[in-house]
Design a protein around this ligand. Structure first.
Ligand code: MSP
Length: 523
């Protein structure tokens, strides 16, 4: 049976336009989706928008429009950006979708039935930007301001429904402890565990509907209350799959892809995903996701991104960078520049440098010189090698980087070590460039007695660059298709990526095509 792979991004708030933070997670999810599809798995890739909550209500009011109008407008920007970045999501969920609202209500009904929620009173601080409750001690440590955006916390005092979170804390601690890959990276996992060990209160899971102007999902047991936006939002990961079944057309999909293989998120929203979400699932006897991976945050040119500083990597800036360097280069850069999980800085100079050294020089130039030599010395037809497996000098240069790539790539992807994966690919490209420099095929070409040797060398180069391109395919699908076409490979090979990337599959006689540089150098 084909293995399934289910990957999700956070669903993004529609109070504001998309930026590099949103693009980052979504590109990472896209690379995972494309990699697993290329390996022959049945992939489901979900993204979407988070449309309820006080933050959206206030943003809409400031613009003098309704929350729905705001959501309908902003959602277009997200969808367009995903098209611009060639994102291959299989579904796009909006929390205002009927399929979602109805299922969230059903989930709440089940919690009520199991006596997991009760009516109480919430008295305390709230971070409206993060839609997050803040304890008195954290609030006072941060001078009653949001730790994320510095805005004033708001005092809430109102009746609310509570979820018995406290009682589930020992169970989630045990789960995180006994499943080391459940929360990643490990530094974040330790933070979550130590916070959990300090004790967890029950969680307020409703807001008074009147305070939200009626914008939200009504609590089915008490329509004067709306479901807390995070309970609403987290549920998207199952409601989009038709879970729970409620008698509509989405039921047919129910559970096909659950549990998620990975929820990709940013570090600021880990607590919700590593604690609230799994506790809610445990309560409902639904299996937990395999992994929640929290990546770091981008600064820009050394400073926190902000509109007032003018260093905000907005959708417009992303579009401009994609026009200049290609969208594939942008996708490549964000995952290559920073180790996933760590914070990183976006700088135009770093982008230009990495583009020139890694894409233009290491990969692009290797392809150009290989194609050019095959064109010149063998009339454009890939020569037959003396042997198709790697031996002698070929093995000396290429065997080790190739083996490392084959052995480590799957593990790197499984651990979201995107930069390391790309690093291993570049090692093979560099080794091949060194191999050309050492074997000097351009000199051998002058000696007709060396023709077979020359053929062997150029075959090895063509194979190495083909393998380099294949491994880069999930990151740069268009550039790779273009690159492979120059090696005469246009038809889709149905074999899994790791099999296509074996040395010796390239048919001698395949006709290469000379063309403009794949990654033109940038000044
Ligand atoms: N709606 C919630 C998520 C609900 S998921 C069930 C939300 N939305 S958000 O639009 O505010 O943020 C979405 C993501 O963007 C978060 O993962 C956040 O970490 C990420 N980023 C926001 N700014 C960022 C950077 N400067 N750098 C990297 N990621 C950043 O939270």
């Amino acid at each position: 049976m084909t293995k399934k792979f289910y990957v999700t991004t956070p669903i993004y708030y529609v109070n504001d336009a998309p930026h590099i933070g949103h693009a980052y997670t979504t590109i990472a999810a896209d690379v995972l989706a494309r990699y697993h599809r290329a390996e022959g798995r049945d992939v489901h890739f979900l993204t979407g928008t988070d449309e309820h909550g006080i933050k959206i209500v206030k943003a809409a009011a400031e613009k003098g429009i309704s929350p729905r109008e705001l959501a309908d407008k902003v959602v277009v920007g997200f969808r367009e950006l995903w098209d611009e970045l060639n994102i291959s999501n299989d579904d796009f969920i909006r929390t205002s979708d009927i399929r979602h609202e109805a299922r969230v209500q059903e989930l709440i009904r089940r919690l009520v039935k199991r006596d997991e929620i009760y009516l109480g009173k919430y008295e305390g601080w709230y971070d409206e930007g993060q839609e997050e409750f803040v304890t008195e001690s954290v609030a006072s440590d941060n001078e009653y301001k949001s730790a994320i955006n510095g805005k004033d916390l708001v005092r809430y005092s109102e009746p609310s429904w509570f979820f018995r979170l406290g009682k589930w804390a020992p169970k989630i601690i045990e789960h995180i402890e006994s499943n080391p890959s459940f929360v990643q990276p490990v530094s974040r996992r330790n933070e979550v565990l130590s916070k959990l060990r300090q004790g967890v209160d029950d969680l307020s899971i409703s807001r008074q509907s009147a305070k939200l102007g009626g914008w939200g999902i009504p609590m089915p047991n008490d329509p004067d209350h709306s479901v807390y936006v995070w309970i609403d939002a987290l549920s998207n990961y199952i409601t989009a799959l038709g879970m729970p079944e409620i008698g509509d057309e989405f039921d047919s999909k129910a559970g096909k892809y659950w549990p998620a293989d990975v929820h990709l998120i940013g570090k600021d929203i880990l607590w919700f995903h590593a604690v609230y979400w799994p506790c809610m699932l445990m309560t409902l006897d639904i299996p937990l996701p395999e992994c929640v991976f929290a990546h770091g945050w981008w600064t820009c040119e050394g400073q926190k991104m902000s509109k007032s500083l003018g260093n905000f990597i907005s959708r417009e800036v992303i579009a401009e960078l994609c026009r200049e360097y290609s969208r594939d280069a942008f996708r490549y850069f964000v995952l290559r520049e920073v180790s996933f999980g760590a914070d990183g800085d976006f700088s135009r100079e770093a982008f230009r440098r990495r583009y020139n050294t890694e894409l233009a020089n290491d990969v692009g130039n290797l392809l150009s010189r290989t194609v050019k030599m095959i064109d010149r010395y063998f009339d454009g037809a890939v020569p037959a090698p003396q042997q198709t497996d790697l031996t002698g000098v070929e093995a000396q240069f290429l065997a080790e980087p190739l083996k490392r790539l084959q052995d480590e790539s799957a593990g790197a992807i499984a651990g979201c070590r995107f930069s390391k994966y790309v690093g291993a690919v570049l090692e093979l490209a560099s080794a091949t460039n060194r191999y050309i420099d050492a074997t000097e095929p351009f000199k051998l070409a002058k000696d007709s007695s060396q023709r077979e040797r020359l053929g062997t060398i150029l075959y090895a180069c063509a194979e190495a660059v083909r393998i380099v391109l294949i491994y880069l395919e999930p990151f740069m699908p268009e550039k790779v298709a273009d690159g492979l076409a120059r090696l005469g490979l246009t038809g889709g090979d149905p074999e899994p990526l790791s099999r296509r990337a074996c040395f010796g599959r390239l048919e001698p006689g395949t006709r290469v095509v000379q063309s403009e540089p794949l990654f033109p150098r940038k000044q």
